[in-house]
Design a protein around this ligand. Sequence first.
Ligand code: ASN
Ligand code: ZN
Length: 352
Amino acid sequence: NALQTVVGTGKSQYNGSVPINTTLSGTTYSMKDGSRGVGGTFGAMAITNANHTTSAGAVYTNTSNTWGDGLQYVAGGSTTNANGQTAAVNAMWGLMNTYDMLKNTLGWRSLNGQNTATYIAAHVNTAYDNAYYSDTCKCMYIGDGGTSFNNLGSIDVIGHEMGHGVTAATSNLTYSGESGGLNESASDIQGEMVEAYARAGGTGNLIPATGNDWMMGKEIAKNGQPLRWLYKPSKDGASPNAWSSSLKQLDVHYSSGPNNRMFYFLAKGSSATASSDYYSAYLNRAPLAMTGIGSDKAFRIWFKALTTKFTSATNYADARLKMIASAQELYGVGSREAKAVQRAFAAINVGT
Ligand code: ASN
Ligand code: ZN
């Protein structure tokens, strides 16, 4: 038919001017990307306008292929963003980069690996300070932010929400207790890896070793404080840095902390200096510190375990065993990578 994927220009809120894929039909542009995903609700990856309700609404359209003005949405505001396009640009940019990171580095297509198109509904609810994935629609809802946050559409938060879709389609980790913490951590890890990929230019088939900040949602916070610190979870005042038998009683956004830290140590290593944010009191045998294997290998090991080995009931001890098995399959029994996994779990008080 007459649908044609074209490249437009979006003024995003957190990443400046960005190229976004749109679709031209007659003389109308719509925020649909027919090159990323097929089928699904809209036949292509898409951004809709929930228009301050809790239902998805219609796909964004425009008479030109230039979208948004980079400004925070203000209800009834006089800026061009009063039409809400900037929120849609944020969403499309995050979604494109999430899709590309998974596909280009891991060969994983969309949420389910089968390339079923997903979408994001922008402007959900009014002054809504959250974003979430729904497995009913296999889609994500992004709020404009209220008292605590600006628009929730930073790259790491979108990567996080899409991570819930990947987890739901694979291990389906139960969203409570230790498995719930691992579910949350899987999303935080994916969010950071998308951030690293996007900031390196969004091309290539490796996860860059640098580029992400190891903090979830720093860009969106009105007070400058991130939602979570992956490298030292306790900085939020509520998340523990290490596993304990009472971890399972915590909210999943706190019991995620130790696994986030495990992943940081695995990728980047730890320090032997007790005053460092990167120090683990549990690596109390020589050499006291550990050397990381880089984000690319760490994420390959993690993703293989999450999508092919974990079950809905996987806890921290089970995750350790399956991560070691994953590393052994990818890099060999006795490999530096497999030993690093063991060491990273030891650093959060899981195993030795
Ligand atoms: N933004 C939150 C999350 O994705 C929503 C929730 O509590 N599930 O974790
Ligand atoms: Zn989450």
